[in-house]
Design a protein around this ligand. Structure first.
Ligand code: C2E
Ligand code: MG
Ligand code: MG
Length: 484
């Protein structure tokens, strides 16, 4: 059966709009024998998406599997997972009707294709299509063709909504042998789609085994992180911060670690992005803040001198209007003065919503926290941030130091940052100091602090306590580092 789509064109394997529920009178008796056929028809209607009249995902999976498994020709099949980048913007600017119309047109574009077998709209603007690979085409070649024609189709539609830009994005996966189910292959096509770099141009990609390895690693990491969270395997290490001139330890940074019950250690480079994505990073941060406060409180109660400890503040906190007060309440509950806590906020956090975040930062500063600009120089540094936010310390990113001698351009940048910080009455700490030549250069710049493997690696709080109690200095300027 066919129906006329928005553009008056005939679609493929779709259900007539005339069969929509509202076209049946309420007095229609579904119990009579004549109505049995209608009930079956209605049940079929339920298998279709009312916007595009493509199959619902479950029905698609069944039908596509049936086609693939019963095919007696030598046809090769592939799955396409496609979406339109920029669709949400179109929806926002032109409204739901225009959005739905675009979805129908997109569905019609897919359905009209020669290689189309069957398809479904999974949700929003996400579509999946089973297609037959035409003879003489590789999977990559047919993908390129679909993408090129998809781009052309979207370019033609542009006249209808000139203020939005759409790009065709498609991931493709081969269907080989006689699979038991197609769901995992749809996931693979989706992986290929997600692996594509976001650009304004249309693009397509074919699934590779490397993507599968990556997915498995991610899944295993996710399981490890979940186990560690469930079993309280979150803890922190302290990396000393040193006055370059004297070698005195002046503070430390708390760095989070996770350990699974079977002893696997997970580093922040692995778990932070994962928890940022899942929204659990703020919970982890507060666990660390609580542990750091507990450490400081224990020293305070034992009558020992305190040194400021800095903690990392994830960008996610600034979405929560109660963050500043929650943090302050936590610190107060341990009977600590805010000045013992440094708050490291990475530079990129300020790229978006500078004003709102600056306001929270000002409030934190008013409470008495010391505010640190972390990773300065790692991304696109903006002097606006320094102008608008009253930082106490700028932490120069370790990328500017590099791993050997500091590059001449980077030396000029570091020198300028140190001068600027002096003018703005801010302190400077250089992170990632790894060798004597870096330290020599930095020591000539004035009163700055350093943190890096040359001085000490992150260590347990107990070892940090011993370091403090031993009163040991860590490599004052001019002193030779022992051979590694
Ligand atoms: P960061 O805040 O810039 O922390 C400094 C990182 O540089 C730490 O890595 C530290 O071990 C490493 N590092 C220090 N000195 C050297 C050196 O001389 N050479 C080299 N190559 N590396 C050095 P780590 O502990 O793996 O932490 C990585 C990042 O994870 C941190 O960067 C921070 O952005 C994030 N992170 C760590 N702990 C937390 C936390 O509790 N919460 C949040 N939200 N993020 C955290
Ligand atoms: Mg940091
Ligand atoms: Mg840093």
């Amino acid at each position: 059966m066919h129906f006329l789509d928005d553009e008056g064109e005939r679609g493929g394997d779709v259900w007539p709009a005339a069969l929509a529920m509202e076209n049946f009178a309420p007095e229609f008796d579904l119990k009579t024998s004549e109505s049995c056929q209608v009930r079956r028809l209605l049940a079929r209607v339920e298998q279709y998406d009312r916007t595009t009249w493509l199959m619902q995902y479950e029905s698609f999976l069944q039908q596509a599997l049936c086609v693939v498994r019963s095919d007696s020709t030598s046809r090769r099949f592939g799955l396409l997972h496609a979406d339109m980048q920029g669709f949400q913007v179109l929806n926002r600017i032109y409204g739901e009707r225009a959005g739905n119309s675009m979805l129908r047109a997109f569905a019609a574009f897919l359905r009209r294709r020669e290689e189309y077998v069957c398809g479904s709209r999974i949700f929003a603007d996400r579509f999946v299509v089973l297609f037959a690979i035409p003879d003489g085409y590789s999977l990559q070649a047919i993908t390129d063709k679909i993408v090129a024609e998809g781009e052309q189709f979207l370019a033609e539609k542009r006249r209808l909504h000139p203020r939005s830009h759409l790009a065709f994005v498609g991931g493709v996966c081969p269907v080989e042998g006689r699979p038991e189910s197609l769901h995992s292959l749809v996931t693979r096509a989706d992986q290929a789609r997600r692996s594509l770099k976001p650009t304004l141009r249309s693009r397509g990609g074919v699934f590779t085994e490397a993507m599968e390895i990556c997915r498995l690693q991610r899944q295993s990491l996710y399981e490890d992180v979940t186990k560690a969270l469930e079993h309280g395997g979150v803890f922190f290490l302290l990396q000393p911060q040193v006055d370059i001139a004297t070698g005195a330890v002046v503070g430390a940074e708390a760095l989070a670690r996770m350990r699974t019950p079977d002893g696997t250690l997970i580093m922040p480079g692995n778990f932070v992005p994962l928890l940022e994505e899942s929204g659990d990073i703020t919970g982890l941060d507060f666990t660390i803040y609580g542990q750091v406060c507990q450490y400081l409180q224990a020293r305070q109660r034992a009558g020992k001198a305190l040194l400021p400890i800095s903690v990392n503040i994830s960008r996610e906190h600034f979405r929560n209007p109660a963050f500043v007060d929650d943090l302050h309440a936590l610190v107060q509950s341990y009977g600590l003065e805010p000045r013992w806590l440094g708050l490291e906020i990475t530079e990129s956090v300020f790229v978006k919503n500078l004003e709102e975040i600056s306001e929270s930062v000002r409030q934190l500063k008013q409470y008495g926290y010391s505010i640190w600009l972390d990773d300065f120089g790692a991304g696109y540094s903006s002097l606006n941030v320094l102008k608008d936010v009253p930082f106490d310390v700028i932490k120069i990113d370790r990328g500017l130091l590099g791993s050997g001698a500091i590059a001449p351009t980077n030396k000029s940048i570091i020198t300028s940052v140190v001068r600027l910080a002096e003018d703005l009455n801010m302190g400077v700490l250089c992170e990632g100091v790894e060798n004597a030549s870096q330290r020599e250069f930095l020591s000539r710049l004035g009163a700055i602090q350093a943190q890096g493997f040359l001085y000490a690696r992150p260590m347990s709080p107990d070892n940090f306590t011993s370091l403090l109690e031993g009163g040991k200095k860590l490599l004052p300027a001019g002193e030779e580092a022992p051979d590694a």
